[in-house]
Design a protein around this ligand. Structure first.
Ligand code: FES
Ligand code: FES
Length: 155
């Protein structure tokens, strides 16, 4: 039987109808709420494409059961900034033209934004380490690292 649960997403409380409380949060975000910033990549917690923030932490939504979210504040790429006022990390990715196909970029931005909120002056090695588990099949790592470094000075 479907259960209605409330999620706090991008500053709003919204209700979704859930048949299976083990359903990944990613499915509710994409399929029920139409938030397509978080991507389905591996579905196994291995690539980072599905990353969102919950209470400021970068979380892989493909392996986060919806039952585990509770009243956690979820922020997706759509809630990080707006087209008029992008988040500094979003702006830096634009400035550095860090995107190729773009599939990994949600994860790269969300992981970086959570990281820079806590570490405003990271070294190159620390940035590389932080993004080591976010996979990019296009190989735009150099531009991505440049973008994160550019954003680091502005947060
Ligand atoms: S889709 Fe979630 S980590 Fe790959
Ligand atoms: S830009 Fe294509 S996977 Fe990273």
């Amino acid at each position: 039987m479907a259960t209605s649960i409330n999620l706090n997403v991008n500053g709003r409380t919204t209700s979704v109808s859930v048949d299976d409380m083990d359903m990944p949060l990613l499915y509710a975000l994409r399929n029920d709420l139409g938030l397509h910033g978080p991507r389905f990549g591996c579905g196994l917690g291995q690539c980072g494409a599905c990353t969102v923030h919950i209470n400021g932490e970068a979380v892989r939504s493909c392996i986060t059961p919806i039952s585990a979210v509770g009243s956690g504040r979820i922020v997706t790429l759509e809630g990080l900034g707006t087209p008029e006022k992008p988040h500094p990390v979003q702006q830096a990715f634009i400035d550095e033209q860090a995107v190729q196909c773009g599939y990994c970029i949600n994860g790269m931005i969300m992981q970086s934004a959570a990281f820079l909120a806590k570490s405003s002056k990271p070294s190159d090695d620390e940035i590389t380490q932080e993004l080591a588990n976010n996979l990019c099949r296009c190989g735009t790592h150099v531009r991505i690292l440049r973008a994160v470094k550019r954003a680091a000075g502005t947060i």
